[in-house]
Design a protein around this ligand. Structure first.
Ligand code: NAD
Length: 296
């Protein structure tokens, strides 16, 4: 089993680090927040004093940080100067494609193999070890990262070269954001047209309107399998994070001159929802705003 440095023990990284411990790895963990460190300590991680210390004397480093600026500074100022030759670097944060490529290029210049490996699946999947990893990097780097990532997820897919994991992640979430809004609009309109939403669900789930947002994550309570809607839109995938991913998608689209009218509309609607105070709620709670109600 490997010795792994883990930096960023928040909602996602906290559970992921513990799954590496459960798999028998020795994990040296660091976060800026004391409660995150306490959870890692209780779960069997060794605690480092800094990101640099977590990255020194390990076989691999995993990072799970909020955004591109954190990833660039933690690697640039802490990790690159501390890691021993041959250490594998794995960034699981969701960040912009350009920063992912730049940091991986800096790693390569210093002789390190590095992958971008963002995840699909929320906090429950991070805790349960059932994430899906989308990985960008060379074949050799992927081959080394795959067995480590497999201990934290149910699927590990090589998307392509450096940055391809981030590209796949934001394109996937651009589908999800647009699809959720379309599903919410249709459900709200069906109710206004006098349809029983359960009847409409039965029909659309077997017809061409079927989608993941409808049949796995229905935004109306009491309709379809249990979802955040049945828990008052708590937990799940926060609307603020959906907005972050849509912004990354819009930035990437601009860079390659891609036409994204639906993604752009979804970004504007999630921005309004977040501005109205809905950022902490599950992203399916946008149904209230689309139906002309207060986000709450
Ligand atoms: P979070 O804010 O809960 O955790 C981030 C952690 O990084 C925090 O504990 C913070 O203290 C730590 N941190 C920040 N700067 C640091 C530094 N310089 N050194 C050490 N630690 C530092 O965020 P999260 O929900 O765990 O998300 C992490 C990443 O995963 C984000 O990029 C997010 O977009 C992505 N993601 C989140 C979800 C989700 O449902 N929460 C799902 C998929 C992907």
């Amino acid at each position: 089993m490997a010795r792994i440095g883990f930096v960023g023990l928040g909602n996602m990284g906290g559970g992921m680090a513990l799954n590496l411990v459960k798999a028998g790895h020795e994990v040296v963990a660091f976060d800026l927040a004391e409660p995150a460190l306490a959870r890692a300590r209780d779960g069997g991680c060794a605690i480092a004093e800094s990101a640099a210390e977590a990255a020194a004397k390990v076989d691999a480093v995993v990072t799970m940080l909020p955004a591109g600026k954190h990833v660039a500074s933690v690697y640039g100022e802490q990790i690159f100067g501390a890691v021993k030759p041959g250490t594998l670097l794995i960034d699981c944060s969701t960040i912009d494609v350009a920063t992912a490529r730049a940091v991986i290029a800096q790693a390569a210049e210093r002789g390190f193999e590095m992958v971008d490996a963002p995840v699909s699946g929320g906090i429950a999947a991070a805790n349960g070890g059932t994430l899906t990893f989308m990985v960008g990097g060379t074949d050799a780097a992927f081959a080394r990262a795959e067995p480590i990532l497999a201990r934290m997820g149910k699927a590990v897919i090589h998307a392509g070269d450096a940055g391809a994991g981030q590209a796949a992640k934001i394109c996937n979430n651009m589908i999800l954001g647009s699809q959720m809004i379309a599903t919410c609009e249709a459900l709200a309109m069906a109710v206004r047209l006098g349809l029983d939403p359960r009847k409409f669900y039965d029909i659309a789930s077997k017809a061409s309107g079927q989608s993941w947002s409808l049949t796995s994550y229905c935004p109306l309570p009491g309709v379809g399998p249990e979802s955040p809607a049945d828990r008052g839109y708590e937990g799940g995938f926060a609307a603020a994070l959906m907005l972050k991913d849509l912004k990354l998608a819009m930035q990437a689209a601009q860079g390659v001159d891609a036409a994204v009218p639906m993604g752009s509309a979804a970004e504007a609607l999630y921005q309004s929802f977040v501005n109205a105070g809905g950022g902490h709620r599950d992203f399916s709670a946008i149904i209230a705003m689309l139906d002309g109600r207060q986000p709450g």
